[in-house]
Design a protein around this ligand. Structure first.
Ligand code: NAG
Ligand code: NAG
Ligand code: NAG
Ligand code: NAG
Length: 527
């Protein structure tokens, strides 16, 4: 009897171990959530329990909507409206004012906005790792792993306080600063372009110079402006002297949302996994009305156009410039846009509040994609092999389009000086010149030809961390070194000193000998 019970318990334990872990999630808002959601959904499918810590001001998601995840809502004294306004303000600045102002004013405003955002982030943090009741409840739930996006600080704080390993999912931080300085990811500035530098991996001397400056400037900004006040915050919360960067560096695995179809080849570490495009899926059927419109394009096919979820409205002037250019092509155009309908809108163009972008890009009649260059959209285009016209606006978008251009799958335009002719020409080039389509298809083939899909790899590593309580065997010892040890500057200094001393002694000896000999000769001469 007792033996049987033990056997049953043992069986349950084994089954329990194999089937379900407990995953805690500290998400970032907007498009960052979409990528993470794909991983979480797959984790649920594989029998894990997923709990999302959801600040009540989160825009993209509500705890009330039905969802495969459990939510632990964190009540914060900020409303969704305030966050939306802040984002709108930031966006408006990037969009309309960045270029129109003198540099110092622009930098000042940017700093103001960053400090405003930081205040908001701190308010959110105050309600999580600093909330004793919440932390006690989470501790009691025995989570196996925490999944976080380093864009929203304090995920790592929660993991540290709970004593559980954490995994990051990240597209990039400015200048790869977080990955390089906290994750010790190597990035030789001679061929790894800094983010927001708009450079590619083939750089001239001047471009390499610019690249080094871009890295240095971004490191400086991070160290002295963005991180400085967080270091104290982290020290206070954890009760021991630490820094934001040191805490972030404890991530077991970094899931980077790019891959070699998009990224230039570069060195990486064993605890970095490149899982770009994990959210992409085969196209599903379109809504009936939309399908009819698409079919009405006949042999010319369609063009899909979206400037992303952040662009609510353009100026009348810009929207008319764009609409006029769109009206000049024989293709039908589906434009995602929430602003006022432009007067010059052609009969071939339809405006939608929202479009099923992935399904449209996967439609056999789709010929081109006009995009602001967000990574999610670019990956959908790569997945389905669609050439692009890029109109980048801010953040990493210029870089993303620069990558696609370098790989021959996109034409880039400048939004601030955009004319009808520019857009019409770019569209004609991408539509008529088959090299763009061929290159896009080549990227697509590379993307699909992987031994394991990006989503499976991402989920594997999360499960791996759960099974092994971390991935310490992948952690480089670089984390224990100071910056001068990392670059072997102390060894170089030592060798230099040794050489200098040896040369000094040699010279002294020579001089001494010469003098001796010289004196000897003089003496002999005198004799
Ligand atoms: C969240 O719920 C509010 C009202 O409860 C609704 O207005 C809003 O659209 C919802 N947001 C999302 C993303 O579903
Ligand atoms: C965009 O819309 C907002 C209100 O929704 C309005 O205040 C603003 O002037 C508009 N911007 C442009 C450029 O049309
Ligand atoms: C592109 O092809 C279309 C017809 O397929 C033609 O009307 C148009 O002139 C071509 N444009 C260029 C720039 O070659
Ligand atoms: C097509 O585009 C490629 C790349 O920009 C260019 O080298 C080629 O000359 C173009 N072909 C035609 C027919 O314009």
């Amino acid at each position: 009897m007792a033996g049987k019970e033990v056997a049953v318990l043992w069986l349950l334990a084994v089954l329990g171990y194999g089937s379900g872990g407990k995953v805690l999630v500290w998400p970032a808002d907007n498009s960052h959530w979409l990528n993470m959601e794909s991983i979480l959904q797959e984790l649920v499918v594989r029998g894990h329990e997923v709990t999302v810590l959801l600040p009540s001001c989160f825009l993209i998601l509500n705890a009330t909507q039905s969802s495969p995840f459990q939510f632990e809502v964190i009540e914060v004294p900020i409303t969704k409206k305030e966050i939306a306004t802040l984002l709108q303000e930031a966006f408006y600045f990037w969009f309309h004012e960045e270029r129109a102002q003198p540099l110092w004013k622009g930098v000042y405003k940017m700093a103001q906005m960053l400090s405003k955002m930081e205040k908001v982030t701190k308010i959110i943090c105050d309600e999580a790792p600093n909330n004793k009741a919440l932390m006690k409840r989470l501790k009691a739930s025995n989570f196996d792993v925490l999944l976080a996006d380093p864009l929203a600080p304090s995920g790592e704080l929660i993991a540290e306080k709970l004593g559980i390993p954490f995994v990051y999912t990240i597209r990039f931080s400015m200048g790869n600063t977080v990955e390089r300085l906290c994750g010790t990811l190597p990035a030789p500035p001679s061929y790894v372009p800094a983010i927001i530098s708009r450079l590619t991996d083939r750089m001239s001397f001047l471009e390499r110079l610019k690249n080094i400056f871009a890295y240095a400037a971004q490191d400086f900004v991070y160290h002295y402006f963005l991180w400085a006040s967080w270091d104290q915050y982290y020290t206070d919360v954890l009760g021991r002297p630490t820094t934001l960067c040191e805490t972030m560096g404890k991530a077991e695995i970094w899931l980077i949302r790019t891959y070699w179809d998009f990224e230039f080849p570069r060195p990486f570490l064993p605890n970095f996994e490149f899982v770009g495009g994990l959210h992409c899926q085969p196209a599903k059927p379109l809504p009936k009305e939309m399908e009819e419109f698409v079919q009405s394009s006949g042999k010319h096919g369609i063009v899909v156009f979206s400037l992303g979820s952040m662009v609510y409205n353009l100026s009348d002037e810009k929207s008319n410039i764009i609409a006029r250019a769109l009206s000049q092509i024989p293709q039908k155009v589906l434009w995602r846009y929430k602003g006022k309908k432009p007067e010059t809108l052609g009969s071939n163009t339809r405006i939608y509040d929202w479009i099923p972008q992935n399904d449209l890009l996967g439609h056999p009649l789709t010929k081109a994609f006009i995009t602001h260059g967000g990574t999610n959209g670019i990956y959908e285009a790569i997945y389905h092999g669609i050439p692009m016209v890029g109109i980048p606006m801010f953040a990493d978008q210029h870089d993303n389009i620069a990558h696609m251009r370098a790989k021959g799958a996109a034409v880039a335009l400048d939004f601030s000086t955009l004319t009808t002719q520019d857009l019409a020409d770019a569209l004609k080039t991408v539509l008529n010149n088959s090299t763009y389509k061929e290159n896009a298809l080549r990227l697509s083939k590379v993307h699909h030809d992987q031994p394991v899909t990006p989503l499976d790899r991402a989920v594997f590593w999360v499960e791996f961390v759960m099974r092994h309580k971390g991935a310490k065997h992948l952690r480089p010892a670089a984390h224990h070194l100071t910056w001068y040890q990392y670059h072997s500057l102390d060894v170089l200094a030592f060798l230099f000193t040794c050489t200098a001393i040896a040369v000094f002694i040699l010279v002294k000896c020579c001089v001494f000998c010469c003098r001796k000999c010289g004196k000897g000769i003089v003496k002999r001469k005198k004799e």
